[in-house]
Design a protein around this ligand. Structure first.
Ligand SMILES: Cc1ncc(COP(=O)(O)O)c(C=O)c1O
Length: 387
C-alpha cells in the first residue's frame, strides 16, 4: 500500500479499525484473534469499558493542566505505585524508553552525588530498553551496534544470566546494573535460578544501583502484579510502561529513597503525569491488583501451557518458556516469520520475536475459549509450515 508514513516496519495491507477484548477488526470486516495486544500493552484487552468510561469522564474534566502543577489522578496513582512496589517516589512519562531514560539519568545523577562521578551502567546482551539514543545504547539488540553512530557512551554489555560476567565488568566508573528480569523482546528469556538474587547481593556489596526494567513484565503480565516480588528481589529503580496505561501512553520510573536523587530542573516533559493517562493508569492498576484478577491470569497460564504442550507433541518445538501470559515457543529452525504470516492469514496475531521464536502476549482477560481458538488455529499454521 502507498502511504505517507516513514518506513520503519513492514506492515500488512489491512487497516485496523476496531477492537474489543481479544479481537481486532480490519476495515474489510475481518476479525483477528489478537495474541500481541499492541505489544503486551492492552492488558485488559481492546477498548475495555473501564478505560472507555474513565477516558470519557476525565476528558470532560481535565486533560493537561501542566506538568508543573499537581493533579489528583497523578497523585493517587503515584501513591498506589509506591504502596504496591515498596519503592519511595515516582516520575511519570509517556513511553517505556522515556521511563528508562529517567532510570539512566537517576543512576548518573546518583553517581555524581555519591560515587565520585561514576556513570557506567552494566546491561545485558539481547536486552531491549527502548529506541531513544541512550536506551538503544543500553540495549543489546542484534544489529543495533552499528546503527546511529556514535553511540551514547557509558554502557557495558555482559551476557544475560551470568553473574560472574557482571562482577568482572565492574570498575571504578560503574554506577548501576540494569536489566529486564525476564528478557521480553529477546524471546521471553527467563533468568536462571538465583540470578536476580545474586545480582542484588553483588549490587549491595559493591554499592551499585540495581535497575529493573519491568516495562513488559509488570502490571500483571507474569501472573503477579510485578515480577520482582515473586523472586524476592527489590530493585533500587524500577521502570514500568506498556500495561500500566492499558493501551494509553503512560510509563513510570520508581526509585527507593537511596536512589531518588533528582533536584529541581533535572527532569521534565510536557505530558508527564497528565490526568488523562494517569486516571487510566489508576483504573488499570486497581483492576489488575485484585487478587481474583491475578489468580485468573495464573489459571489461564496453566490452560495456555497445557495447549502449548499439546502442540509440542506434534511439532519440532524445542522449548516453551515464559511466565503468566507472556510465553514463547522456540523452534529448531527459523520458521517464526513464516508462522506469524500464516497465522495472520488465518486471522490470528502472534509475534515473531526472533527468527526461531513465536511470542504470545494475549490480553490478561483472555478466556479459555479464546485459548482453545488460538491452539486450534496455530495448529493449522504449524501443520502447513511443517508438512
Ligand atoms: C522491556 C522493555 N523496555 C522498554 C521498552 C520500550 O518501550 P516503549 O516502546 O514504550 O518506548 C520495551 C518495549 O517493547 C520493552 O519491552
Amino acid at each position: 500500500m502507498q502511504t505517507s508514513l516513514m518506513k520503519i516496519t513492514p506492515r500488512p495491507e489491512p487497516v485496523m479499525c476496531r477492537g474489543a477484548g481479544s479481537y481486532l477488526w480490519d476495515e474489510a470486516g475481518r476479525r483477528y484473534l489478537d495474541f500481541i495486544q499492541g505489544w503486551a500493552v492492552n492488558c485488559l484487552g481492546h477498548c475495555p469499558v473501564e478505560i472507555s468510561e474513565i477516558l470519557a469522564s476525565q476528558a470532560g474534566t481535565l486533560i493537561s493542566p501542566s506538568p508543573a502543577l499537581h493533579n489528583r489522578p497523578q497523585l493517587r496513582l503515584a501513591n498506589r505505585l509506591v504502596e504496591y512496589t515498596g519503592l519511595h517516589e515516582v516520575h511519570f512519562s509517556n513511553s517505556g524508553a522515556e521511563a528508562n531514560e529517567v532510570a539512566i539519568k537517576l543512576a548518573r545523577k546518583w553517581g555524581q552525588l555519591y560515587k565520585g562521578g561514576a556513570f557506567r551502567i552494566i546491561t545485558t546482551s539481547n536486552a531491549f530498553h527502548g529506541r531513544t539514543l541512550a536506551t538503544m545504547a543500553a540495549s543489546g539488540k542484534p544489529g543495533w551496534d552499528t546503527l546511529f553512530l556514535p553511540h551514547v557512551d557509558g554502557f557495558t554489555k555482559v551476557p544475560f544470566g551470568d553473574v560472574d560476567a557482571v562482577a568482572a565488568a565492574v570498575d571504578s566508573q560503574t554506577v548501576a546494573i540494569m536489566l529486564e528480569p525476564i528478557q521480553g523482546e529477546a524471546g521471553v528469556v527467563m533468568p536462571p535460578e538465583n540470578y536476580l538474587v545474586q545480582l542484588r547481593k553483588l549490587a549491595d556489596e559493591l554499592n551499585l544501583l540495581l535497575i529493573f526494567d519491568e516495562i513488559q513484565t509488570g502490571v500483571g503480565r507474569t501472573g503477579s502484579l510485578f515480577y520482582f516480588p515473586s523472586v524476592g528481589v527489590q530493585p533500587d529503580i524500577l521502570s514500568l510502561g506498556k500495561g500500566l496505561g492499558g493501551g494509553l501512553p503512560l510509563s513510570a520510573t520508581l526509585a527507593n529513597a537511596r536512589a531518588s536523587c533528582f533536584e529541581f530542573g533535572d527532569q521534565g516533559g510536557t505530558y508527564n503525569g497528565n490526568p488523562l493517562t494517569t486516571a487510566v493508569g489508576e483504573v488499570v492498576l486497581e483492576t489488575v491488583a485484585q487478587p481474583r484478577f491475578l489468580s485468573t491470569v495464573r489459571q489461564r497460564e496453566r490452560y495456555l501451557l497445557a495447549g502449548l504442550k499439546q502442540l509440542r507433541q506434534s511439532y519440532p518445538i524445542v522449548d516453551i518458556r515464559g511466565k503468566g501470559l507472556l510465553y514463547a515457543l522456540v523452534f529448531d529452525g527459523d520458521v517464526g516469520q513464516q508462522l506469524a504470516d500464516h497465522a495472520f492469514a488465518q486471522g490470528l496475531l502472534v509475534n515473531c520475536a526472533r527468527p526461531n521464536v513465536i511470542r504470545l502476549m494475549p490480553s490478561l482477560r483472555v478466556t479459555e475459549a479464546e485459548i482453545d481458538q488460538f491452539v486450534e488455529t496455530f495448529d493449522q499454521c504449524l501443520r502447513v509450515v511443517f508438512s
